[in-house]
Design a protein around this ligand. Structure first.
Ligand SMILES: Nc1nc2c(ncn2[C@@H]2O[C@H](COP(=O)(O)OP(=O)(O)OP(=O)(O)O)[C@@H](O)[C@H]2O)c(=O)[nH]1
Length: 326
């Protein structure tokens, strides 16, 4: 692989979320095994509360693993997360990275850490997979209060896929009820029932199999899985757009003013065709801000959009149009 293709390489990232004991580690082990069987090199970022990562011991030694101990990724070490990601990519150049977030982390904050890294590394957040313990959710739903309930709700809302795990511990009727709750909280994420997170990977990694095949220079495409994934991936929480060249600043501002409500945050580094300097772009609470910058080293032109299940295709099309005009 020459340097050029190396710098063009985009590392797919998955976030695994879910409440304590829901089955995240079980799922992580299965994901790692699946990718290894595909001939890929996965890497793992794990975060546990406490000083010893017991579960890390469950993952094979050949899998590069970064452990972030003594705290929850989202509260204490959010900045470090983006650093960990870039270190891992530089040192190990994995084909795919999985971040297992502690059961008490708020996934929105983890998304923030990941998108921070997207500003200086070519990464692509593929999906947030949330594991739900079927019985635990039913029990919490009965009471409908408390921090645990709200956090679980957050984790469910921001998922691109919901693994409804431990269905061996609920009746058919109960399973139907949990599914109904889940689809009310998150109408976009497909719900995949499982026992010990034993799921069919093709729908889950459809587009990524396609993507990873591309990395591996394989020729064939799996049309069916690609279509499926395209459909379910269109409504995303994060969209990262790498620009191929400078764009017109006024047209970009117009686009920003017309962003859908669901996009509530954006940030990036940009080069405009009608200005000389590069800019740090920030967008929050429907307000855009541009700051002249002179980045050190090689920093790509990229904007990360963060929100709640907005249409990635619509945004991508609009940005592609701007690029065509230049
Ligand atoms: N009955 C049943 N038990 C399961 C299932 N999946 C996982 N478990 C068990 O649930 C426990 C927790 O699973 P883990 O995969 O460690 O869950 P986790 O979300 O990583 O847990 P934390 O690291 O504490 O957040 C383990 O004892 C598993 O064996 C399932 O489908 N059914």
């Amino acid at each position: 692989m020459n340097l050029n293709t190396l710098s063009e390489r985009v590392t797919p990232i998955y976030i695994l979320s879910g409440f304590l004991g829901s089955g995240k580690t079980t799922l992580l082990q299965r994901m790692v095994t699946y990718w290894q069987e595909q001939g890929l090199r996965p890497a793992v970022i794990m975060n546990e509360i406490g000083d010893v990562n017991l579960e890390g011991a469950l993952i094979e030694e050949t899998v590069p693993m970064t452990e972030m101990l003594s705290g929850c990724i989202c509260c204490t070490i959010r900045g470090d997360l983006s650093l960990e990601i870039s270190n891992l990519i530089q040192k190990e150049s994995p084909d795919v990275i999985v971040i297992e977030a502690t059961g008490i982390a708020n996934p929105m904050e983890i998304l923030d850490g990941v998108t921070e890294a997207a500003l200086y590394m070519r990464i692509d957040l593929k999906s947030v997979i949330t594991v739900v313990d079927a019985r635990h959710l039913l029990e919490l739903y009965e009471h409908q209060q408390g921090k645990t309930y709200r956090l679980m709700q957050e984790q469910i809302r921001c998922a691109s896929y919901l693994i409804l795990n431990k269905v061996d511990r609920v009746s058919e009727e109960e399973q139907a009820k949990v599914k109904e709750i889940l689809s009310r909280w998150n109408e976009y994420a497909p719900i995949i029932p499982s026992v010990r997170c034993d799921v069919d990977w093709v729908p889950l990694f459809g587009s990524d199999v396609h993507h990873l095949e591309h990395i591996m220079n394989r020729e064939h495409e799996h049309e069916e899985s690609h279509d499926h994934a395209h459909h379910s991936h269109d409504h995303v929480m994060v969209y990262t757009h790498y620009f191929k060249g400078p764009i017109d600043s006024q047209r970009f501002e117009e686009l920003v003013n017309q962003l859908p409500r669901e996009v509530y945050r954006a940030k990036g580094v940009m080069t405009f065709s009608d200005t000389t300097s590069r800019f740090l772009f920030q967008y929050a609470f429907r307000e855009a801000d541009f700051l002249k910058i002179n980045p050190q080293g090689v920093v790509p032109d990229v904007v990360v959009f963060i929100g709640e299940h907005f249409s990635q295709a619509a945004l991508k099309n609009a940005l592609d149009e701007l690029e065509k005009i230049g």
